[in-house]
Design a protein. Structure first.
Length: 355
């Protein structure tokens, strides 16, 4: 029996992609597959998104872009993170499009004739020029920005959009893209020439209100099983340092998944499903196991759902106060830890390390 299994339903990725393509009309959808497509598998998710109408792929590093280039010879691949000067030649040879975020990067990328997307700082204050340079390299093809509060402050997002548009008027020939997943759904005026969506393709959303208005199906399911059960007497502790103490006679179970498998130690106290019954994670999570409180004796071997069947990745994120997609980007690809498979139209199509 496998300790745990992560499955990615690629038909769900396709369906979510098609919904966004319909929503944005004449704008292009660019699929963001950085960080191994947020732990879902960059190559498989990229392929599903391209098949469903995405026009380009966005990554964070040259290394990620070059990996995708091996699988997608004709696709546009855009590196949204900083490119070290030592990697510029590789980026050009790999036909990657790259971000220029200051005068130095603009000059280096332009000199090497790399296709450039110029980033304007809209208030996130990480990468980006404060204003558009008066002279642009001949290889400049795009102009973009990144909202700082797209999922939480509509008025500020609209202000940043106006700021971006005023800059874009100075470079009418460049492709304009500024919307992430949240802005794509919440701020239609931000669609411009292209939108950059990653989490929404996977059925992930930071905002509960957004999930209600635009329900996208989650593509990822993570399951394990009940490996052992034990009856506790009042006062007995569970796990290292006995961070949970039985308040009364109770049943508990052990699930063979831990933080070494990507189930963060910060998830102690979250909820999973044992069979179809909610169960509280109790005690400290160890490297390869966690414990659950059981309402009644349950047979070993009973399936345990960590993500799926109504248990969302976002639920765990909100419980543990984890940022963005910190949990799913940490999911391992080593099949010695977690068995991974992809599904196509509900049928397992192949197993993969999902890199």
């Amino acid at each position: 029996m496998r300790r745990s299994e992560i499955s990615i339903d690629l038909s769900v990725v396709r369906d979510n992609t098609e919904r966004i393509v319909q929503l944005i009309g004449a704008s292009e959808l660019w699929a963001v597959v950085k960080a191994n497509a947020y732990g879902h598998g960059a190559v498989l998710v990229a392929r599903a998104a391209l098949e469903a109408g995405a026009k380009a792929l966005c990554v964070a590093t040259v290394e990620e872009g070059l990996e995708l280039r091996q699988h997608f010879h004709r696709a546009r691949i855009i590196v949204m993170g900083a490119v070290a000067s030592a990697d510029v030649q590789q980026a050009r040879q790999g036909r990657l499009e790259c971000m220029a975020y200051d005068e130095v990067s603009l000059r280096i990328l332009g000199r090497e004739r790399v296709r450039i997307h110029i980033k304007i700082n809209l208030g996130l204050n990480r990468w980006g020029l404060s204003e558009l340079p008066k002279s642009l390299p001949a290889s400049a093809v795009g102009l973009f920005g990144q909202f700082s509060h797209a999922h939480s402050d509509r008025q500020l997002t609209l202000k940043q959009l106006d700021q971006f548009k005023s800059q874009a008027h100075e470079a009418p020939g460049l492709t304009r893209h500024v919307a992430n997943s949240s802005a794509t759904f919440e701020v239609p005026d931000s669609h411009l020439d292209a939108v950059r969506c990653g989490s929404s393709l996977l059925g992930l959303s930071l905002s509960p209100s957004l999930r209600q208005k635009f329900p996208m199906r989650p593509a990822l399911r993570w399951a394990s099983y009940l490996a052992h059960t034990r009856r506790l007497s009042p006062g007995e502790g569970v796990g290292y340092d006995a961070t949970y103490v039985a308040p009364a006679p109770m049943m508990m179970g052990v699930v063979p998944v831990g933080y070494g498998d990507g189930f963060s130690a910060r998830l102690a106290g979250t909820t999973v499903l044992v069979g179809d019954e909610p169960a509280l994670v109790i005690g400290a999570i160890s490297a390869d196991a966690f414990a659950v409180a059981l309402n009644r004796p349950i047979p070993t071997g009973t399936p345990v759902t960590l993500v799926g069947d109504g248990i969302r990745l976002e639920d765990h994120l909100e419980f543990a106060h984890m940022t963005n997609w910190e949990l799913c980007t940490a999911l391992p690809t080593d099949q010695r830890r977690v068995y991974r498979s992809s599904l196509l139209d509900g049928q397992e199509s192949r197993t993969t390390a999902c890199t």
